[in-house]
Design a protein around this ligand. Structure first.
Ligand SMILES: Nc1ncnc2c1ncn2[C@@H]1O[C@H](COP(=O)(O)OP(=O)(O)OP(=O)(O)O)[C@@H](O)[C@H]1O
Ligand SMILES: [Mg+2]
Length: 312
C-alpha cells in the first residue's frame, strides 16, 4: 500500500495565554504530490508546517512524516527533508557558495564546488554567489533560502511562501523548478498567498481559516464544488445594463460597474452570447470568465468573515 508521506491527525496548537493557532486539523499528503496550504494571515499555516517539520511542538495530535512518528524525534529523517522557513535569514557573513557548502556539511551530504554552483545557478543567484549574504536583496535572500532547502535533494520539501518578494520572472522560474523536483518524485508542501500559483502547481490544496481546514481538494474540484462556473462579463454595462437584462428575463448581477451573467454550460454560453449581441446594452467589452481558485478562496473566506461579524 502507498502510505502517505505526511499524516496529520487532530493537530492542535495553543500559544498561551489564549491563542489557538491550529484547531484539530487532519490531512494527509501523498507521495509525489504538491500539497498547498492556503489561508489568510494568521490562519495557522506556518504553525502547522513548522510542527510537521519538527521545529515546533504540538499541543496535541499525532503526526507521521516519511513513516516516522515525529514524537520519537526528527533526527532519523532530517536528512531526507528540505525546509524553507517563512522567516528565512541567511548567515550575514557567508557568501551563498559558502552557505551551501556549510548547509551540505550540516546535513552530511556531498556537495562539491560544482554542485553548489549548479544549485545557485538554478535558483538564479549565479551572479551573486560570492557576495556577502548581508548585502543580498530581499529576493536574492529568498533564492538562497530556496537553494539551501534543496541542497540534500530532499524527498519531502517544505516551502513556506517561497515566492514572496520574488519578481514576476523569478516567480515563474521557481514554478518551473518546483515542477522539476516534482518530476523527480519529490513531495512538496507549498504555502502561498498567490492563488494562481497554487492553482497551477498544486495537486491538492487545503484552505485554512482560524486554525481549521475549511475546504480541501484538487484545485479543479474546489472550483467546481464551490465556484459559480463560467460567466459572461459586460464591462461598464452598469445598473442600466443590469435593468435592461432583467427586463428581458436574463438573470445577472453587477460588480464594480460590470454586469456579470452566469452560464451553466457551453450550450448556454453560446446562446447567451447570441442573445447579448442582439440587444441594446452598451458596454466597453465583453469576455468570458471562468471562476478561479482565487474567487473560491475569497468566497469561502468572505462568507466566514460575514458569519463572524454577525456573531459578534
Ligand atoms: N510563537 C508564537 N507565539 C504566540 N502566538 C503565535 C506564535 N506564532 C504564531 N502565533 C499566532 O498564531 C496564529 C497563527 O500564526 P501562523 O504564523 O501559523 O499563521 P500563518 O497562517 O502562517 O499566517 P501568515 O500568512 O501571515 O504567514 C496567529 O494568530 C499568530 O499571531
Ligand atoms: Mg505563515
Amino acid at each position: 500500500m502507498n502510505l502517505p508521506v505526511v499524516e496529520v491527525i487532530e493537530l492542535t496548537k495553543r500559544y498561551p495565554p489564549d491563542t489557538t493557532a491550529v484547531d484539530g486539523v487532519s490531512f494527509s499528503i501523498r507521495k509525489g504530490e504538491v500539497f498547498s496550504l492556503l489561508g489568510p494571515n494568521g490562519a495557522g499555516k506556518t504553525t502547522t508546517v513548522e510542527i510537521i517539520e519538527g521545529l515546533r511542538t504540538p499541543t496535541s495530535g499525532s503526526i507521521s512524516v516519511l513513516g516516522v512518528d515525529i514524537r520519537n524525534g526528527f533526527d532519523s529523517i532530517r536528512r531526507r527533508v528540505g525546509v524553507l522557513p517563512q522567516n528565512f535569514e541567511p548567515f550575514d557573513l557567508l557568501t551563498p557558495l559558502e552557505a551551501v557548502a556549510y548547509w551540505a556539511d550540516l546535513l552530511e551530504v556531498r556537495a562539491g564546488r560544482k554542485d553548489a554552483e549548479r544549485l545557485l545557478e538554478r535558483v538564479g543567484l549565479e551572479s551573486r554567489k560570492k557576495a556577502m549574504s548581508k548585502t543580498l536583496s530581499g529576493g536574492e535572500k529568498r533564492k538562497l533560502g530556496i537553494a539551501l532547502s534543496m541542497v540534500n535533494d530532499p524527498e519531502l520539501l517544505f516551502l513556506d511562501e517561497p515566492t514572496t518578494g520574488l519578481d514576476p520572472r523569478a516567480r515563474r522560474d521557481l514554478w518551473d523548478l518546483i515542477e522539476e523536483v516534482k518530476g523527480r518524485g519529490t513531495t512538496v508542501v507549498l504555502t502561498t498567498h498567490y492563488l494562481e500559483e497554487a492553482e497551477k502547481l498544486a495537486d491538492e490544496v487545503a484552505i485554512m481559516h482560524k486554525g481549521k481546514i475549511i475546504a480541501e481538494g484538487a484545485p479543479d474540484e474546489l472550483v467546481s464544488r464551490h465556484g459559480k462556473g463560467t460567466s459572461i462579463v459586460l464591462v461598464g454595462a452598469g445598473p442600466e445594463g443590469l435593468s435592461e437584462l432583467a427586463r428581458r428575463g436574463i438573470s445577472a448581477h453587477e460588480r464594480d460597474g460590470n454586469v456579470i451573467v452566469p452560464v451553466q454550460d457551453r450550450e448556454e454560453l453560446r446562446n447567451m452570447f447570441a442573445k447579448l449581441s442582439s440587444i441594446e446594452v452598451s458596454f466597453k467589452e465583453m469576455y468570458t470568465k471562468r471562476e478561479t481558485l482565487e474567487d473560491v478562496f475569497l468566497g469561502l473566506i468572505g462568507s466566514r468573515m460575514d458569519e463572524g461579524v454577525l456573531r459578534e
